[in-house]
Design a binder for this molecule. Structure first.
Ligand code: MG
Length: 267
């Protein structure tokens, strides 16, 4: 099932996309009991398909991206976080920070995993039972703050408002049984700048969930960004290609769809 969250006259609501492009209202709690009703709805403005309760991120999870970043292939998953303030809707802008200014804002296409049931200390064999579904994410990164200005922590550069676009829909696990067999790409102003497959993750989705849930509760609504393949703007030679106002960046994942955001300067 493909679930969207959209704006209706009575506020944000979930709906299930039908194969003909129409949508049907969902009643209930997507983390608990819910059902697709017979009520056909005209989708309104698309919102991020879920409101994250937290955003956990895995860094350097593709070998060629680790290499282009000048980093070693990690022996354990590398965890960092983004704030839920960073969540952005499909179609709404990524804002280049101008007050705490960044001059090195970059894109990263990532498969996002949405946890549906609270879990702790799960094995890799049972890990996918706790997943509600998957969506596209852009792990927007201010490299200057991430690498030079953040005191050795990546979080400052990853934490800005609008730096976690999510969408366009949440695809439930009945439609994606293997999250590590999906084509994934970034299209920047019409040019395909990242183009790879989630089969190449160093730590696959079950391994990530098993690791993150170790002695740690993952609440429903936890969004896990699973790392980006090679091709980020930072690694373009001879000069890095940073995002700038006027750009359009799309994240495309097989069987999910395309998440597109314009880029503007923070007002
Ligand atoms: Mg990333």
């Amino acid at each position: 099932m493909k679930i969207i969250r959209h704006l209706t006259p009575s506020g944000p609501a979930h709906a299930a996309l039908q194969s003909d492009g129409s949508a049907r209202a969902i009643s209930g709690d997507i983390y608990g009991d819910f059902k697709v009703t017979d009520q056909v709805v005209q989708p309104g403005k698309l919102l991020a398909p879920i409101t994250p309760t937290q955003i956990l991120c895995i860094g350097l999870n593709y070998a060629k991206h680790a290499a282009e970043s000048g980093a070693k292939v990690p022996e354990r998953p590398v965890l960092f976080v983004k704030g839920i303030n960073a969540t952005q809707n499909p179609g709404d802008p990524i804002e280049i920070p101008t007050r705490l200014a960044s001059h090195e804002v970059d894109y990263e296409c990532e498969l996002a995993v949405v946890i549906g049931k609270a879990c702790k200390n799960v094995t890799r064999d049972e890990a996918l039972n706790y997943v509600l579904g998957y969506t596209c994410a852009n792990d927007v990164s201010a490299r200057d703050h991430q690498i030079k200005l953040g005191g050795g922590q990546w979080c400052r550069g990853k934490f800005f408002d609008t730096f976690a676009p999510l969408g366009p829909c949440l695809v439930t696990t009945d439609e994606i049984t293997n999250p590590n067999a999906l084509k994934i790409a970034t299209i920047l102003n019409g040019e395909r700048v990242q183009d790879w497959t989630t089969s190449d993750m160093i730590f696959d989705v079950p391994a990530i969930i098993a690791y993150l849930s170790g002695s740690t509760t993952l609440l429903p609504g936890t969004v896990i960004l699973t790392g980006t393949p090679q091709g980020v703007g930072m690694a373009v030679k001879p000069n890095p290609r940073w995002l700038k106002a006027g750009d359009t960046v799309s994240i495309e994942i097989e069987n999910i769809g395309t998440l597109t955001n314009p880029v503007i300067n923070e007002a």
